[in-house]
Design a protein around this ligand. Structure first.
Ligand code: C2E
Ligand code: MG
Ligand code: MG
Ligand code: MG
Length: 286
């Protein structure tokens, strides 16, 4: 009897699950502590135009953990989202990114840079999100047209009219939108057509094997055409090689981001790095 029940019986106590739940609770507490101690930092990754000229950056959060060292978003964002801690964290990210933007606005070669900020579903769904964005812009005295919010498809499928309304209010401030990880979610073309998106971001999973996999090449080509036909700019993420860049440029991709142009890095490192890039760029065109 016990044996036949065997496999299908739900186990109420699974030591692995139990351990996982305990670890997640510990992480939740630790994120809260990290927020209090201001341990989170932003790294910035360049976004370049068709000529290879830096036009801005994407802000990517890291956790300078006192014990574990530098932690990547993959190690804590999911728990932050599940526990609601993404709200204070996201709030901090938006404000810190705007602060950095304000600093760059005062230096001539970075004066017109755009700042892309990742927004999580829970953040965007807040009733006061428009106000949050307006405040971040006002408090830091930035040009709103330099701020770009990255959304993902999955957060845009419920209550489309309300999503559109919110996006329009934020666009009225001057802020623009980019659709991150495009092609990996479930949004229909009907959705995409109606969303006031300014930019499509081709997911890096399509860029990775672009040169070896004709399907991926075709998908990239289709996304670029689709974006342009719907009046959007198209940027590719995860560009690591010149071959990938040349293919993407050839199909009309407007902008590029990836290790080819530099890893995400702290602002001080980015600045000296960027000066090298400008020199390399000048040497190329001379
Ligand atoms: P994402 O927004 O799609 O960011 C792109 C990720 O690809 C980043 O990983 C970046 O470091 C990595 N990447 C950039 N260029 C290349 C490349 O050439 N090759 C490869 N293999 N990877 C590249 P990261 O920094 O670990 O961030 C992972 C994800 O975490 C982000 O994906 C984003 O969804 C999320 N995230 C990061 N910062 C924030 C944040 O401030 N708020 C929220 N809500 N999510 C964030
Ligand atoms: Mg992103
Ligand atoms: Mg992405
Ligand atoms: Mg991605």
């Amino acid at each position: 009897q016990a044996k036949s029940a065997g496999r299908k019986t739900v186990r109420f106590f699974d030591p692995d699950l139990q351990a996982l739940a305990v670890a997640r609770m510990a992480l939740e507490k630790d994120i809260q502590r990290g927020l209090d101690q201001q341990e989170f930092v932003l790294h910035y990754q360049l976004q370049v135009d068709a000529h290879g000229k830096p036009r801005g950056v994407e802000a990517l959060v890291r956790w300078q953990h006192p014990v574990c060292g530098l932690m990547m978003p993959g190690q804590f964002i999911e728990v932050a989202e599940d526990t609601g801690l993404i709200l204070p964290l996201g709030h901090w990210v938006l404000d810190a990114a705007c602060q950095q933007l304000r600093l760059w606005a005062t230096q001539s070669h970075t004066a017109n840079w755009t700042m892309a900020v990742n927004v999580s579903a829970l953040q965007f769904a807040q009733d006061d999100f428009v106000h949050t964005v307006a405040q971040a812009v006002a408090r830091n005295g930035i040009d709103a047209s330099h701020l770009k919010l990255e959304l993902t498809e999955s957060m845009l499928i419920d209550d489309l009219p309300q999503v559109i309304d919110k996006m329009r209010c934020i666009q009225d401030l001057g802020v623009s939108f980019s659709l991150d990880d495009f092609g990996t979610g479930y949004s229909s073309l009907t959705h995409l057509k109606r969303l006031p998106m300014n930019q499509l971001k081709i997911d890096q999973s399509f860029v990775r094997d672009l040169l070896a996999d004709p399907d991926d090449a075709m998908i990239c080509q289709t996304i670029v055409a689709l974006g342009h036909n719907l009046g959007m700019q198209v940027i590719a993420e995860g560009v690591e090689t010149l071959g990938q860049r040349d293919f993407l440029a050839g199909i009309g991709c407007d902008a590029f981001q990836g290790y080819l142009y530099g890893r995400p890095m702290p602002p001080e490192a980015l600045l000296s790095f960027e000066i090298h890039m400008i020199k390399a760029h000048q040497a190329l065109i001379e």
